[in-house]
Design a protein around this ligand. Sequence first.
Ligand SMILES: Nc1ncnc2c1ncn2[C@@H]1O[C@H](COP(=O)(O)OP(=O)(O)OP(=O)(O)O)[C@@H](O)[C@H]1O
Length: 732
Amino acid sequence: MREMSEERDVIRGKLKQIVFRNDDNGYTVARFIVDDLQQRQVTITGYLPVFSEDALMELSGSYVDHPRYGMQFQVETFHRVMPDDEDSLIRFLSGPLFEGIGKKYAETIVAALGKDAIHRIKNDPTVLDSVPKMTSKRRTAILEGLKESDDDLENLIQFFVAHGLGMRNVMKLERIYGKEAVEKIQENPYRMVDEVDGIGFATADKVAMSLGFELEDPRRLEAAMVALVDQMNMQSGDTFVNREGLAHQMKRQCAGLTYDFDELLESLLLQRRLVEEEGRIYHVDQYDAEVQIAQFLTLFPFEELEPVDPETLQFELDALQEKLAITYDQAQLDAIHTFFKHDAMILTGGPGTGKTTVVRALTALFKKLYPYQRIACCAPTGRAAKRLAELTETDTFTIHSLLGWDLESNTFTKTEQDPLIVDLLIIDEFSMVDSWLFAALCKASVHVKKLCIIGDEDQLPSVRCGCVLKDLITSELFPLVRLERIFRQSEGSDVITLAHQIRQGQTEELDCHGDVAFFPVGLYEIKDQVINVVQSALNKGYDIQDIQVLASKYNGPAGIDRLNAALQQCLNPPEKGKREWKAGYRTFREGDKILQLKNQPDDDVYNGDIGMLVEIVYANEDEAGKNRLIVDFEGIPVEYTSDNLLNISHAYCISVHKSQGSEYPIVIMPVVRDYGIMLQRRLIYTGVTRAKKSLVLLGEKDALIRGIASQEHHLRSTTLTQRITAMLNPEF
Ligand SMILES: Nc1ncnc2c1ncn2[C@@H]1O[C@H](COP(=O)(O)OP(=O)(O)OP(=O)(O)O)[C@@H](O)[C@H]1O
């Protein structure tokens, strides 16, 4: 039993050391030095933000006698006490809150503004002008530091944490709504779903319930309907839902609640959170994305390049072929001429058909013919961008980094107001680009004068909504060059031959010889046989990073989770001296092969990147008292703590979807009936074409054949093509 003393106490003092902290909700156990004559040390507990150790705090709460931990001070409210003597003021201003302000400059500030410097700056920031040697950097550091030390922020944190939000989200709210956050969220917590990235309906609903909202509150039902449209789109890949389907799903989700569907929908249409067009209901973001893409492409280009003289082009082309000792075939030459003749072009073709070879020629010739124009190459994944950079010797980016993506707000700094300064834009692996991302790229591309889109139309469509590549090809807006001849085959690739058979839906006499092997294996033997194949490749001298196992679903005996666990046990077993970190159901071990699951642009690692776990640092050796894991992504070290551990998983076996945009020397791919409808032609094709050198298929031949024969069950429904057509022919 815990005993609690009755009266509320107030203590003043400073934080000494954090003993425990849950970063999700801010729950903290810390040592605190009370600012009295004895300088007593007290253990405090409560939901608190991270304070700097120098901050003078006033805590109000009560002492609790904990049976195991003894007397603790349980914090109910807290606020920062501003220093009121010169010494403390100088220490405060030169503390960690004020970046770049040292002791000397803090003295200058206090000498200029006196003991009530903080009060004066807060009342009128222009008083900083009277401080000698005040630079704009120093000014920003002081104002930002004061903002952080504000009591309002502390009250705001307490309010939201009490209503179930984690510290991370609270900080986002503060950034978006400022001091009005509490008022705004109290009035309608569901606005967070639309306005705060990373907060979905479930989180907003938790806050609303805690604030006492009714289940049938119209604001709740409206938010539920918008979230439902989003969720249905994410599941199907479509860019809209139909009215009846939405009404039906809404009925299921809001069973037992009384509401009028038509009225709710009408209200959402009026607010323009949803958009209706001929019975189709769009989430406003999806609608705007389609319109933006269609508008941009139909008006493209806004400025034109001087045309090239055909003779000069031919001269440079001949010189390039000689320099590279290559002869482009007719389709490749067509691609090159089309590119220089038109403002935009789509280049498509299967693996090994020479797409990258053409891009190399395009960039080399463009540099010669337009020496003062800027080129940017981009791709949706880091891997694809790196490959393009190696081959084209041009500035190459992921689309996210090109657009200056901000992870916290999920927004881009490059927009129509601050567009890209690029004349030629080349986008590779375009089949993976979704509607929302392409719309963002279009918005920032108003100065682009030439556009080249490259992608394999037979690969899986983008993870998120839309099928932009297919829609652009169907719209016939831009000239399309299709490369069919397989050049890699002449280098002896049986993988490519098989890939083309799969693409054409050919199921008889599948070419499984040479670099392609098929082993008939039953479902329950898959795990052991995969290990055997991996072992024999390792024995032949391949590295674990060269070998990639690709599976089609997560659960089941041949699922990703099971294969990862088995492969880890076999390839990187526990060993004395090899450090481990058990995190939930996963054990990370030094030497593990790791997959990045999310974009982390600040660290330069992206969804689909693969690295190696090189070091584990335990909490008791770490300054911040946290377990830490360091992964090396081809020379880029990235740190993970419990805060971002969900961004990675083991990579011995990964999904075919995650492998898009990457290539591996050896691919091992189980194909079993247990994968069900996942095993379709596009997925098999995408997996098979990841293999650069050799491919091992193992499983049930009938599952492979049935998979190749099965086309997508659900072709994505979008309206991009018809929008483009309508914009080109406004009279219809
Ligand atoms: N005209 C050509 N003559 C000789 N070899 C060629 C020619 N075009 C391409 N190749 C060679 O064919 C191979 C595949 O070309 P490339 O990498 O450009 O194809 P790709 O379509 O980009 O393939 P993937 O999509 O699989 O990367 C390369 O080794 C390339 O050097």
